[in-house]
Ligand binder design. Sequence first.
Ligand SMILES: [Zn+2]
Length: 67
Amino acid sequence: MYENDMELEDPAITRTLRTGYPEPQKPMPVCPVCGAETDTFVVNRDGQVVGCDECCRDKDAWEVCGI
Ligand SMILES: [Zn+2]
């Protein structure tokens, strides 16, 4: 009786051999402002996304206000 070797492997091993990762990969979150794939969103006090770590940055408020 012929058996396919792939059927004997654990699915995680097969996936690792094929993709390099043992777990199925989730798609990366995409920033709604700039479209970059990111791990970090910047949100306002209401929880609305205003950007990400790719398109937002900190700026010195004293400098912006010219004080
Ligand atoms: Zn962004």
